[in-house]
Design a protein around this ligand. Structure first.
Ligand code: ADP
Length: 261
């Protein structure tokens, strides 16, 4: 039976403790969030989308964040990705305190250290698969030229080597998402943030994409944080964080592969 522990308890050297912090004591953290909150304001109405989230993600960990629609997953994703600012709380990513960054610095940090994978793939329709991957590298403004052997290696790993000269419209949904994953990985980011990466895929393609995300996580040791409302997909994570009504309400150990009930 799956055991979901309450978010407020962690196991430290002294056994289970009430701390309000979710973390994995076995790995060095790359993301540390303390009392992170976000309130949207529209007119006089305030919507507390994220409340007091305190957790950390270890370097190289694959963490799934699950919760029903409206639980604050996307809000968390935007804040972690530097696409939105928290209303309060602290966020440290790869040793850098996000609150201290100006907008331009945050953009730079995002481009250099974070790779994004979205539900709708977000590929440029007029570029081939290769062009889409290449552009992910170009906008990161790396000093070195892209190593074509690395692009080939990624394409091989993701099973799209023979599809690189095709336009997105000539690719299946699963292939498009694998191109999007290659685009996210091409800069060798420290962190991959994936928002419902299998939301537009059928079960077979969804499983294949998740397996590849896991394979690349193992091979390149980058941290993956995947947001999903799909409990089966979430089990691929090393850990699963549960959200409800804007709060982190529980943590569960994942199994490292997709489980179908
Ligand atoms: P999820 O991704 O889990 O579906 P969201 O983070 O999108 O959840 O939303 C959390 C809550 O914040 C919801 O009540 C949603 O309606 C609200 N919300 C999200 N974005 C905005 C916004 N830009 N303005 C006002 N309320 C918002």
């Amino acid at each position: 039976m799956r055991q979901i522990r309450p978010a407020t308890r962690i196991r430290g050297a002294a056994g289970w403790q009430e701390t309000g912090c979710i973390y994995n004591p076995n790995v060095q953290p790359i993301i540390i969030a303390e009392h992170l909150s976000k309130t949207y304001k529209s007119g006089k109405i305030e919507v507390p989308a994220l409340r007091n989230a305190t957790f950390s993600i270890g370097r190289g960990e694959f963490v799934s964040v699950v919760g029903p629609s409206g639980s604050g997953k996307s809000t968390l994703f935007y804040i972690l990705g530097g696409l939105a600012r928290a209303t309060s709380g602290k966020l440290i990513i790869d040793g850098i305190d996000f609150a201290t960054l100006k907008d331009g610095e945050r953009t730079k940090m995002r481009r250099s250290r974070i790779g994004f994978v979205f539900q709708k793939f977000n590929l440029l329709p007029t570029l081939t698969a290769r062009g889409n991957i290449q552009i992910g590298y170009d906008i990161a403004d790396r000093p070195q030229r892209l190593d074509p052997a690395y692009l080939d290696h990624l394409a091989d790993l993701l099973g799209i080597k023979g599809r690189l000269d095709h336009l997105p419209s000539e690719l299946s949904g699963g292939e498009q998402q694998r191109v999007a994953i290659a685009r996210a990985l091409i800069t060798r980011p420290a962190i991959i943030l994936a928002d419902e990466p299998t939301g537009n895929l059928d079960t077979k393609n969804s499983d294949a994409v998740l397996d590849m995300l896991k394979d690349t996580n193992r091979e390149f040791k980058q941290t993956v944080l995947m947001i999903t409302h799909n409990q089966e997909a979430a089990t691929i994570g090393d850990r699963i964080l549960h959200m409800r009504d804007g709060e982190m309400v529980g943590v569960e150990t994942g199994v490292g592969h997709v489980t179908h009930v």
